[in-house]
Every structure is written in structure tokens, then in C-alpha cells.
Design a binder for this molecule. Structure first.
Ligand code: UD1
Ligand code: CA
Length: 464
């Protein structure tokens, strides 16, 4: 079996994006465009992967964490043929088929690429290219065919005649070719066109002129070859992408109340019979259990939810774990390092950070829980603040099981409260409290009878 090599073209600026970011770094589904293509290419287990970079080369390189690709810098973006030719040395001793992909067409599937390579080998072609039929072919190179339907070449839109622009079959920008043919043909490409660029598609006419066999494969689903050249196309692509992911999760038994406003990134996993309300963003490596309920307006990044968790309306969770049966929100913020046990209740206007909270514990109102470990079945009263920061350092707090913290209390870290501690309302605690103790501040409550009436009369007098 012949081996596969990959050339990924990603050096272009993407002028039509009007961006300071190189085009291939724009994201869909939370991932830069070219990384989608790269992941699909890697699934073919290629022998070599050469990525041609140029515009924002450093940034593009940094966006990929793997070390299984060779980066080739194309100093000046002289066209797609020139870009591919820059990789010639990488394939010096390579005898297989080289697959060329564009970094700006992220939906291409592994199935299509395999079919393309298979057809190429079956036809014993010098080069095989992927085509697609589009109702609106604007912007793409058109496939030219003779009376017998044989391909005769490719013409770019800007070089096409009005009649050629009517052609609906377009070049998808995905090719497979033998190494020998490819680089020899690329060396012969000229820049004799409207853009003064070296066009890779010209290799087709060059091959035909040499009597080589050029084969074509038409893609089943034309959406797969959609390339991104403008912000509008990027938005459409995001939509297509979301629709695809949403459909998949609905097929897996997840209810999406409003798929149009549900944004699920590729790395996310969701258990069945989970119900997701509108305006929900599930990002990064978020994992959601079965039978969860997300009311809506939720923004989850790298969050893990057990089964039957209820996220009430409007919550933000980042790098946090929530065990089964917990109820969060409405309007709650779980910041990184929050780890909530089963059946924990976190209510409105509660913020947690680096907080480990035991089973059955509740913090239902207006509270900050930062750098803390709390035991089980503890109740944190409304308005409790953990003062974890003195302006220089952060300190940890420990609270035991079955503790009652009265409303409006402040716990000044570092501090430790044992089990079964009872903190009276509006207490400021600066020292450790042993298990079973009551903690309270001595504060005299005083009264002045008739004070309000006196005050009002005094104010009235001063106005006149
Ligand atoms: C290209 C094809 C067109 C096809 C379309 C499919 C050419 C000349 N035209 O057009 O026939 O229908 O793709 O999407 O190839 N790049 C470089 N270096 C360069 C120029 C481009 O690396 O010097 C990279 C770009 O970053 C991009 C890819 O090559 O990832 C394609 O370039 P782009 O300018 O988008 O080509 P299209 O005009 O879309
Ligand atoms: Ca393009």
C-alpha cells in the first residue's frame, strides 16, 4: 500500500477577511480553521505533513500543539502553486501520493479524502481533484470539460468569461497527486493571469498537455468544500458547523429547545435525556451527564457535570466540576477550581473559586466562596464573604461538616472552622473555631426612641 503525504496550504493573509489575524486562525466551532483540516488529514495516518505558512507564521505555528508536522515558510504569497512547491524538499525521498488541502475549508471529511485517494489509485491518475456542484459558484475556480465530459482545465473566476462563470461545477481546492508529477508540474506553472499569481489548478492543464491522466471526484455534500474567504462566509460556516454538531447530539438523545441559539464545541460530550435551553454555550472539553437540565443563558467552559444536575437560568462555569443532583443558579458564577459534591445548592449571586464543597451543602444567596474547602451538609447564610485576599497573598479557609454560617458573616482567611460550628449572624471571624462551638461578636445593640421623627423635623427646619 502506498503511503500518503499531506500539504496543507495556510500561508495566505485572507485579504477579504480585512483582519490583522491570518485567515486560518479565525475560528469555527471554537477551533482555528486550519486545525479542523489538519485533524482530518491526520486521521489518514500520513507519513509526512507539511504546513505552508507565511502570513502570521509564528501565530499559526503556535496554534498547533502537535509535533508531527513540518512547517514551511512561504515568504511571499505568490499563489497556491508556489506555496505547494515550497514543500518540495520535504518529500524528497517520498514515493507515495501527496494530498493537498486548503487551511480555509474546514468541513472536508475523512470519508471524502479517502474516496479521493481511492479513486486516484484506481484510475492510476497523475492527479485527481475534488469537485463540487454549487448553485452559487461565485468565487471558486470553474471546471472546464469537453463535449465528452472529460476535464480540460480549471479557470479562476476572475479569469473566466461570462459563459464560463455559468458553470456550476467548481474546484474544491483538494487534490491528490504523485510526488513526481506534482512538483514537475508546479515548476512549470506560470503567473500569466489577472492576479499575477502561480495557480495550483494550472497543474491540471499542464498534466493534460503532457498526456497524463487527470481524474475528478465529485463530493456528495457540497457544503463540505465550502471555503472561507469573507466574514459572512465565516458566520455561515459557524452556523453549518453548529447545525451539524447539534443534529448529532439530538440523534444521541439530547433535547435542544432552540438549536439556533445552542453553541456546542467539538470537544464537548453530553449524556442522553439532558435538556438544554436557549442561548447555551458549551465550550472546550465540557462534559455533561445524563438527565441534566440547563434552563438557558449558560456559558460553560471545560466544565464537568454529573447526572441530573440542574443549571437554572444564567450561569457561568469555568474549569469546574459539579457532581450529580446539584442545583446551580440562577445567576451563579463558578470560577476555575470549583468542585461541588452531589446535591450541593448554589443559589443566585453566588461566586465560587478554588472551592471544594461537600455533598448536600448549600450557599443560596449573595456569597463569595474563594480558596475554601467546605464539608457536607453545611449551610452558608446569605451574604457570607470569605476574605481570602489581604492585598498581598491569598489564603485558604476550611469549614467542616454540618456548619451553620449565619447571614452577613465574614470569614477572614487563613481560618478553620470545625464540624458542627455555629456562626451567629453578622459575625466577623479571624480565629479558628473548634468543632461544636458557637462563634459570635460582642456588639451592643442600642436604641434611640423617637429618633426618626426628630431627624425629619430637623431636616425640615434646615430646608426652610
Ligand atoms: C482556490 C483555488 C480555486 C478553488 C478554491 C476552493 C487557486 C488559484 N484557486 O481559490 O480554484 O475553487 O481555492 O476553495 O488555487 N495560500 C498559500 N499561499 C499563497 C496563496 C494561497 O498558502 O501564496 C493558501 C491560502 O492560505 C488558502 C489556500 O491556499 O488556505 C487557498 O488560497 P485562496 O486564496 O483562499 O484561494 P481561493 O481564491 O479560495
Ligand atoms: Ca479560499
Amino acid at each position: 500500500m502506498k503511503e500518503i503525504g499531506i500539504i496543507l496550504l495556510a500561508a495566505g493573509q485572507g485579504k477579504r477577511m480585512k483582519s490583522s489575524l491570518p485567515k486560518v486562525l479565525h475560528s469555527v466551532g471554537g477551533r482555528p480553521l486550519f486545525l479542523h483540516v489538519l485533524a482530518t488529514a491526520q486521521s489518514l495516518r500520513p507519513r509526512h505533513v507539511a504546513i505552508v505558512i507565511g502570513h502570521g507564521a509564528q501565530a499559526v505555528k503556535q496554534a498547533y500543539r502537535g509535533d508531527d508536522a513540518v512547517w514551511i515558510v512561504q515568504e511571499q504569497q505568490l499563489g497556491t502553486a508556489h506555496a505547494a512547491l515550497c514543500t518540495k524538499n520535504c518529500f524528497r525521498d517520498f514515493d507515495g501520493d501527496i494530498l493537498i488541502l486548503s487551511g480555509d475549508a474546514p468541513l472536508i471529511s475523512r470519508r471524502t479524502l479517502s474516496a479521493l485517494v481511492d479513486a486516484h489509485r484506481q484510475h492510476k491518475a497523475a492527479l485527481t481533484l475534488l469537485t463540487a456542484s454549487l448553485n452559487k459558484p461565485a468565487g471558486y475556480g470553474r471546471i472546464l470539460r469537453d463535449g465528452r465530459g472529460e476535464i480540460t482545465g480549471i479557470v479562476e473566476e476572475r479569469d473566466a468569461t461570462e459563459a464560463q462563470k455559468e458553470i456550476e461545477e467548481v474546484n474544491a481546492g483538494v487534490y491528490v497527486a504523485s510526488r513526481q508529477f506534482l512538483f514537475a508540474a508546479l515548476e512549470r506553472v506560470t503567473n500569466n493571469n489577472d492576479q499575477r499569481e502561480y495557480y495550483l489548478p494550472d497543474a491540471v492543464a499542464i498534466g493534460l498537455g503532457q498526456g497524463k491522466r487527470i481524474a475528478t471526484v465529485k463530493v456528495d455534500d457540497a457544503r463540505e468544500v465550502m471555503g472561507i474567504n469573507t466574514r459572512e462566509e465565516l458566520a455561515q460556516m459557524e452556523k453549518t458547523f453548529q447545525e451539524r454538531i447539534n443534529r448529532k447530539w439530538m440523534e444521541e438523545g439530547v433535547t435542544l429547545k432552540d438549536p439556533a441559539t445552542t453553541y456546542i464545541e467539538e470537544g464537548v460530550i453530553i449524556g442522553k435525556d439532558t435538556v438544554i435551553g436557549p442561548n447555551t454555550h458549551l465550550r472546550g472539553n465540557t462534559v455533561i451527564g445524563q438527565r441534566c437540565q440547563i434552563d438557558g443563558s449558560a456559558y460553560l467552559t471545560d466544565a464537568r457535570l454529573g447526572d441530573a444536575v440542574h443549571l437554572k437560568f444564567s450561569v457561568v462555569l469555568t474549569s469546574s466540576h459539579v457532581a450529580h443532583g446539584a442545583i446551580i443558579g440562577p445567576f451563579a458564577h463558578l470560577r476555575p477550581g470549583s468542585s461541588l459534591g452531589s446535591n450541593v445548592h448554589i443559589g443566585n449571586f453566588v461566586e465560587t473559586k478554588e472551592a471544594t464543597i461537600g455533598e448536600g451543602t448549600k450557599a443560596n444567596h449573595l456569597t463569595y466562596l474563594g480558596d475554601v474547602t467546605i464539608g457536607r451538609d453545611t449551610n452558608i447564610g446569605a451574604g457570607t464573604i470569605i476574605c481570602n485576599y489581604d492585598g498581598f497573598k491569598k489564603y485558604r479557609t476550611k469549614i467542616g461538616d454540618r456548619v451553620q454560617v449565619g447571614s452577613d458573616s465574614t470569614l477572614v482567611a487563613p481560618i478553620s472552622l470545625g464540624d458542627d460550628v455555629y456562626v451567629a449572624t453578622a459575625t466577623t471571624i479571624r480565629h479558628d473555631v473548634p468543632s461544636g462551638a458557637l462563634a459570635f461578636n460582642e456588639r451592643q445593640e442600642r436604641l434611640r426612641e423617637g429618633w426618626t421623627q426628630q431627624k425629619r423635623e430637623k431636616m425640615k427646619g434646615s430646608k426652610e
